[in-house]
Ligand binder design. Structure first.
Ligand code: NAP
Length: 513
């Protein structure tokens, strides 16, 4: 069986123990093993800091952008092979795998383009300088410079390509080297992407390292100049934030965690017509795309009480038509969950929802004799019903709950405790204004659906131009958002002193407003 090696210290290294087995989740066939045990993590971090860091900081934004473009090119050349791995190791349909791999390529290209725009500077010059007193000589200027450490990226299992690329794009463009740790269960795709980039020699030495396997002490080795960007469960995020070295050295931590994303059908949208159709299509897509294993997937569907029965029946009809099976087969529309542990977790979540809500479709009965499959599952909650489970536990699978509302639904949305995205389907400007004012503070992104948005990707697609992250339960993090993403990897510093000298120091930077 294939043993996945890690790329650290500029070479491929195998872990010492047998490690974890990776499966094809549709067939339960073992595919590979991954172990990071015995890898000298301190040396791996030091190599990234001492070799990759200086190499990247010597480059301009445009030159770093050119590296991102070359990374995208390398992934594009290997696209078919990567899609195949998405199907085999991640249980993705071809369309799901494209969402991940093409998303990775598109995000790298978007940040490559940003690099071109930022041009010849090596750091950012933040706005115009300021006169600081009576004397025009006394001058102040904020600049943002790359941190000297390593950016450790710990990724979730559901987007092995995109998760790797979106974090790496921002860090590399900012000028920080990366040590990426893919989730072990789906590491085959991320590891192959890394191999491809190494083979094509698109990276300066030390710019990206990849640790495959599950050594848990990596975050404990980080210091004051390092940063940690984590995507995964809220529980792990909490544990990482509380590490003594993270607290002692103020290691910057960005957490993207759970999210109980809501879709709200406005009172004006009715239960028929174009707006309603868009709403229905986008909810159904989010339940089944990647078998619901998307951090941005809609989990709670809020509908006016008078339309709840229609929405329930229409959605149940759409979900009943989704063909579940081995995603290697072309007509299959939804694959399995990633592994046995995820399936078990989803079943527990479904049981909890079932204690309060009415099961309309699906449920935890295995739809196929083999593989980690779960049927698309729909619950309904009447107005006034107990809904604690809906608002407290993210069920990371093809599971969605309909909640009927009779008054402004903002308070119900807010019970999610902070989310990545909430989608609103309405053309009533006053209603939109009122609900946005109340729910915006709980979200990183609000998506306002409309039938005239051609080829709308829906709320579940994260775009590189816009912020990805959310407050509260969602982890309080912020990734992407164009240039905003660089801030995490840069240290803002105020230069203060004699004007010609301060201006001279700022000259090598790119002025941004
Ligand atoms: P997880 O157990 O927290 O794992 C996430 C990542 O953290 C994996 O790479 C895992 O490695 C690693 N990890 C776990 N414990 C660690 C430790 N003590 N030290 C260092 N690394 C550690 O989460 P999961 O259950 O696999 O992921 C599913 C969750 O992620 C979902 O609940 C979902 O909400 C969330 N998610 C959020 C987003 C977002 O953008 N906000 C995106 C996707 C998923 P191993 O794989 O080796 O265990």
């Amino acid at each position: 069986m294939q043993h996945l090696s890690s790329f650290v210290g500029g070479q491929w290294v195998e872990g010492k123990e047998e490690g974890q087995t990776l499966f094809n989740p549709a067939t339960e066939e073992p595919l590979a093993r991954a172990s990071g045990d015995g890898i000298d993590l301190a040396a791996a971090l030091a190599y990234a800091r001492d070799t990759g860091g200086p190499a990247l900081r010597a480059l301009s934004f445009a030159e770093r952008g050119a590296i991102l473009k070359a990374m995208a090119g390398a992934l594009q050349d290997a696209r078919d092979e990567l899609l195949e791995l998405g199907i085999r190791n991640c249980g993705n349909t071809r369309s799901d795998a494209k969402f991940d791999v093409d998303g990775a390529i598109a995000t790298l290209l978007a940040y490559a383009e940003l690099g071109t725009q930022l041009g010849a500077g090596k750091f950012l010059v933040d706005g115009e300088g300021l006169q600081l007193g009576r004397s025009p000589r006394f001058h102040g200027q904020h600049v943002s410079v790359p941190r000297l450490g390593v950016a450790v990226h710990i990724n979730a299992f559901n987007f092995p390509a995109w998760g790797f690329a979106e974090k790496a794009a921002a860090a590399l463009l900012a000028g920080m080297p990366v040590l990426s740790k893919p989730a072990t269960a789906t590491a085959m795709l991320a590891q192959r992407a890394m191999q491809v980039m190494v083979e094509k020699k698109v990276l300066p030495n030390g710019a990206i390292s990849m640790l495959v396997g599950a050594p848990r002490n990596l975050p404990e080795l980080l210091g004051a100049q390092d940063v940690l960007a984590f995507t995964g469960s809220g529980d792990t995020g909490e544990r990482l934030r509380a590490l003594p070295n993270v607290i002692r050295h103020s290691v910057r931590v960005n957490v993207e965690a759970d999210s109980l994303n809501a879709a709200v059908l406005g009172p004006d949208a009715g239960a028929s017509g174009d707006m309603y159709e868009v709403f229905l299509k986008e909810v159904a897509r989010d339940v089944t795309q990647k078998a619901g294993q998307k951090c941005t997937a809609i989990r709670r569907v809020l509908v006016p009480a008078e339309h709840a029965a229609t929405v329930r029946d229409d959605l149940a009809g759409l979900l009943a038509n989704v063909k579940i099976g081995n995603p290697a087969e072309e007509d299959v529309r939804m694959g399995p969950l990633t592994n046995a542990a995820q399936l078990a977790d989803v079943r527990v979540g479904v049981q909890r929802l079932g204690a309060e809500g009415k099961l309309i479709a699906g449920g935890s009965k295995a739809p196929l004799p083999k593989g980690y499959f779960h049927s698309p599952t729909l619950f309904e909650f009447a107005p006034g019903a107990s809904t604690d489970a809906v608002h407290e536990r993210e069920v990371f699978g093809p599971v969605v709950s309909i909640l009927a509302y009779t008054e402004n639904p903002a308070a119900i949305v807010a019970r999610g405790g902070g989310g990545l995205v909430c989608s609103l389907y309405s053309e009533d400007a006053a209603w939109l204004e009122a609900i946005v004012a109340r729910i915006a503070p709980f979200h990183g992104r609000l998506y306002i659906g409309h039938p005239k948005i051609e080829l709308s990707p829906g709320p579940g697609t994260v775009l590189p131009q816009l912020v990805h992250g959310g407050p509260g339960r969602a982890g309080g993090g912020e990734e992407l958002g164009g240039r905003r993403a660089l801030g995490f990897y840069l240290q803002r510093v105020a230069l203060q002193g004699s004007r010609p000298l301060v201006q001279g120091l700022a000259k090598a930077g790119t002025q941004v407003t």
